[in-house]
Design a binder for this molecule. Structure first.
Ligand SMILES: [Zn+2]
Length: 450
């Protein structure tokens, strides 16, 4: 039987729908016959792409099947067509299907889609080169994410998410998930699950807020731990569950390390450089830090809701060495002439200026002496007293070297939460366990809790 890689993207909207749900529906239809060679993949792509208002998620299914390419594309297209948001003018679903091994040019396209803005033309070209079959609906911009999802084979670090979907008649009504059960699940499974609650506000983070079909998603390090966590939660009757293998929580988008002079809008970028001006805190609590790397300089913006990042940024001084991570934005053309800024998602403080050379004070007059020229010493302008060398003064600092991240409630799907540090994986062993079933009490054998 041939092995296929089937990917979908851009089927959702702000109002409704969810690419992971469409993925689950396709899994449900394929499963009786297909043999999956991987967990369903949930691939997050560059979160800074401007037309993406949600998490920029694509789904890829990898399986062997006796079906033909045409039959699989037809099946996927009909499920996407039934479930996409037709009233929303923005979604442009794309479906892509590759048979056989994933070629290097598709992997490269997938790698770049994590941090860059790629064109539909290039997606068409890579698809043609690689014999990827596809269907597009409306503009078909979703083909970019679909081809990129095929290319992201998650061979190194990855995480899992167990998603429970709601029964159809519950969509749009308030979710019933017992908050106390989420808090105790978090305590009992830490550090092997993440982003369950926000410690500062005690808010539950596993439930989304829109009218989409997701009841909640539990993110963790292994299929075993997310199933174990599911058994600890108390919640309304769900419809089905699925486990995705994902690049969420891995910092996969933070692999682009360009020079400042080569930055382009909407990239995700990591820049190392020196703070070149005293940071400015604007009304509203946002702080702007100018960073220079020898090729140019850029304003890095730390928003008030970024918490520790903003507090650290505010305390930086010229000469400090930092690594800044974030999305490149263009400021309003009228306001700043199309100037690029970097919205900070993470800040590493690498070196702090802890002392400063200053001209000595005159011991008689108490005023600062004037430098007489390069290496020529100092002289008091008032009384003429001379001094050979400058004095070194210590600067007390309000910030320490280290990594600063936003609170969990403001973390992006791709961002690695502190809890994952040290748990990163270097490979995947290829073992596929159970990943899909019903939560309907009439099918107890499909319930992972039983
Ligand atoms: Zn003097």
């Amino acid at each position: 039987m041939p092995t296929y890689h089937l990917a979908i993207d851009d089927t959702d909207s702000l109002r409704m729908g969810c690419t992971t749900y469409v993925g689950a529906l396709i899994v449900e239809r394929l499963l009786p016959e297909a043999r999956f060679v991987d967990y369903p993949n949930l691939i997050r792509l560059n979160p800074n792409v401007p037309w993406k208002s949600r998490g920029n998620a694509a789904v890829c299914l990898r399986f062997s099947s006796a079906r033909t390419e045409g039959e699989i594309l037809e099946l996927a297209a009909s499920i996407v067509e039934e479930n996409r948001d037709r009233l929303d003018g923005k979604n442009q679903p794309g479906i892509a299907l590759l048979e056989g091994e994933v070629p290097p040019q598709v992997k490269e396209f997938g790698r770049r889609a994590l941090f860059d803005v790629l064109s539909l033309e290039e997606a068409y070209r890579v698809a043609a080169q690689s014999k990827i079959g596809f269907r597009t609906i409306r503009g078909g911009r979703g083909l970019i994410g679909a081809v990129a999802a095929i290319g992201n084979t998650l061979e190194a670090d990855h995480t899992f998410e167990l998603i429970v979907y709601r029964k159809r008649d519950a969509w749009g009504s308030p979710r019933k998930v017992d908050a106390e059960s989420v808090r105790s699940m978090d305590k009992e499974t830490a550090p092997h699950t993440f982003n369950n609650i926000d410690p500062e506000t005690n808010r539950i983070l596993i439930t989304p807020h829109g009218p989409d079909p997701i009841l909640f998603g539990i993110r963790g390090e292994s299929p075993g731990v997310v199933i174990d966590a599911l058994g600890k939660l108390v919640f309304e009757e769900g419809e089905k569950w699925i486990i995705y293998r994902s690049n969420q929580g891995t910092d996969a988008h933070m692999i682009n390390r360009p020079k400042i002079s080569s930055l382009t809008p909407y990239q995700a970028a990591v820049i190392e450089g020196a703070v070149s001006k005293k940071p400015v805190t604007l009304r509203g609590g946002h702080t702007i830090v100018e960073v220079a790397d020898g090729s140019g300089c850029i304003d890095a913006a730390a928003y008030q809701q970024s918490g520790d990042i903003e507090r650290a940024a505010r305390a930086l001084l010229p000469g400090d060495i930092v690594r800044v991570y974030g999305g490149v934005r263009v400021l309003d053309e009228g306001e700043a002439g199309g100037k690029l800024t970097l919205n900070l998602e993470r800040l590493d403080v690498l070196e702090l200026v802890d002392s400063v050379k200053r001209n000595p004070l005159c011991p008689r007059c108490g005023v600062r002496m004037k430098a007489k020229g390069r290496n020529k010493g100092f002289e008091c302008e008032k009384c003429g007293k001379k001094s050979e060398s400058p004095v070194i003064e210590n600067i007390p600092r309000q910030v320490r070297k280290g990594t600063y991240l936003p609170p969990p409630r403001s973390l992006r799907h791709l961002a690695k939460p502190p809890r994952r540090l040290g748990l990163e994986k270097l490979s995947w062993d290829g073992t596929v366990g159970r990943f899909f079933g019903s939560l309907n009490p009439q099918h107890p054998a499909e319930d992972p809790r039983l």
